[in-house]
Ligand binder design. Sequence first.
Ligand SMILES: N[C@@H](CCC(=O)N[C@@H](CS)C(=O)NCC(=O)O)C(=O)O
Length: 194
Amino acid sequence: MLKLYGSTTSPFVRRIRIWLANTQHEFVNLQIFAEQDREALIVKNPTMKIPMLEDEMDGKSQVIYDSRVIYRYLTDKFADPALSWEQENQLTLIDSANDSLVQMFILSNSDIQADEDKLFFKLQKERVNAVLVQLNEQVDSGLFSSWNYPSVCLYCLIDWIEFRKLHNMQGLTSLLEFHDENSQRIEVTATDPR
Ligand SMILES: N[C@@H](CCC(=O)N[C@@H](CS)C(=O)NCC(=O)O)C(=O)O
């Protein structure tokens, strides 16, 4: 039995929820900043980040951290084809923007305002801008035209940016069109954090 631990708002969790839409699994919804859930999480996962997957089979339990590794575990378990190097790079682009935005989101929830003169914010802003421009070009060239795992991850990133109002998406028209085109999928609406 597959158990996915996460939250309903995390873009990293949502990609796995969407990917598992047609696979039987249990979703354990955690409040990762609440004391009780932190205590439960740390026992199994000292990184204290979500998603985390637990696979129980033949009386044994396998815990997997990190969405990227979870995807690889599922690929292996269900004998799905591995990602190409181009797709791995797409994931790295998506993850790097996603990580920078998560860090800045946590800082803003800590009442630390983004000051673009400060090195930390300058680095994250530059990365997010450059990555989104590159992803916009890739969508434009048709590299995200099938609904595969990188497309799911890209959708979750863009939708989270819009949901949390994290970046001005004006001008990134291919990304916005990609978002619109996929927004009515059943697994997408079923995992909408709003
Ligand atoms: N590389 C990780 C990133 C996961 C991640 O950053 N998750 C966020 C939620 S969106 C988290 O758990 N943050 C908790 C923290 O930073 O303390 C993955 O792909 O799973």
